[in-house]
Design a protein around this ligand. Structure first.
Ligand code: ADP
Ligand code: MG
Length: 327
């Protein structure tokens, strides 16, 4: 029902940035090579995410807006090994219940694109044919127009845009191989080409984190059994407050986790004798069955099956590299 969707929306949809996060994840799950984000008024008035992914067949468009209709899990046992970013089938119906949503998609190679619209109501019209390139566009207008109590909590367009930029930056760092742009009120804030070699990846890092980060960063590339850790760390001696330059991804998903934070801080402490303000961008790859991402719909938390193993791996890998770099 619409009410249930609106309640679920309370979990998933807090502000334009959280809508953007869900839509970008869907684009990535659809195998997009390019994602364009275009917003007005910090995303409050309009937020559009377009991708060149595999698209949604016309017959499944309305289903995509229905609760728990995910195409990504076939059986409950699949939950054990979730590799896609989304799997609950909650995001689109939740967002649709608190906004005016237009979903347009053309399956790769199909003749026509199809579109459905939904104005926060429980049901929607039949899909109609429209012109649109291969891939999917989700456009959200007037977020919370029908939930004044939630709308009241939105901040200024500038603040909302700031959150949105942070989300976009995060995905741009997580997925350097994907072209990504962000446009606000017709002004291009960034337009990053797909970075496919080391030099291009460094350029993207410099664009997003500053050239200082790239110049001072130690590269990490460690592996132990099924765990691998790749990325960059900047020794705190060179950096000031770096709260906005701490990125840790688990299988491509941004994570804020105490165990991870502790392992990283501890490595800096052990080697450099203080763990204040490190900057880092790290990717942990771990078999999906060893990590539970099903903790909370906002999905920034994870639970590792063997937290001690992960903690020790991170700590050892970072300590070794920091010790080399310090020598
Ligand atoms: P989930 O991502 O958890 O499956 P969502 O509500 O986010 O649920 O999306 C519902 C379904 O709509 C997805 O399972 C997928 O089949 C389809 N979908 C949504 N966005 C896209 C997209 N950009 N490209 C292709 N399919 C999409
Ligand atoms: Mg999703």
């Amino acid at each position: 029902s619409q009410l249930i969707d609106q309640i679920a929306a309370g979990e998933v949809v807090e502000r334009p940035a959280s809508v953007a996060k869900e839509l970008i994840e869907n684009s990535l799950d659809a195998g997009a090579g390019r994602i364009d984000i275009d917003v007005e008024q910090g995303g409050i008035k309009r937020l559009r995410v377009r991708d060149d992914g595999h698209g949604i067949p016309a017959a499944e468009l309305s289903l995509a807006l229905s609760r728990h209709a995910t195409s990504k899990i076939v059986e409950l046992s699949d939950l054990e090994g979730v590799a896609s970013l989304g799997f609950r089938g909650e995001a689109l119906p939740s967002i649709a219940s608190v906004s005016r949503l237009t979903l347009t998609s053309r399956v790769r190679g199909a003749d026509l694109a199809w579109q459905v619209q939904n104005d926060g109501a429980a049901d929607f019209d039949q899909p109609r044919p429209v012109a649109h390139p291969d891939g999917t566009t989700v456009e959200i207008r007037d977020l919370f127009f029908n939930v004044p109590a939630r709308r009241k909590f939105l901040r200024t367009a500038k603040t909302e845009l700031g959150h949105l930029e942070q989300v976009a930056r995060c995905f741009a760092l997580a997925q350097p191989g994907i072209a990504l742009s962000l446009t606000h009120q017709g002004r291009v804030l960034f337009d990053l080409p797909a970075a496919t070699d080391a030099a291009a990846i460094r350029q993207r890092l410099a664009d997003l984190l500053g050239s200082g980060f790239v110049e001072q960063a130690l590269e990490i590339d460690e592996q132990a059994g099924d765990l691998s850790l790749r990325g960059w760390v900047v020794r705190p001696a060179f950096s000031r407050s770096q709260g906005d330059r701490q990125f840790f991804f688990v299988n491509g998903r941004l994570v804020r986790d105490r165990l991870v934070a502790h392992a990283v801080r501890q490595a800096f402490k052990d080697v450099l004798h203080h763990g204040r303000h490190p900057a880092y961008l790290l990717h942990l790859a771990i078999p999906p069955a060893w990590v539970d991402v099903n903790v909370h719909p906002a999905k920034q938390e994870v639970r590792f099956r063997d937290g001690r193993q992960v903690h020790d791996f991170l700590n050892r890998a970072l300590s070794r590299r920091l010790a080399e770099g310090a020598a």
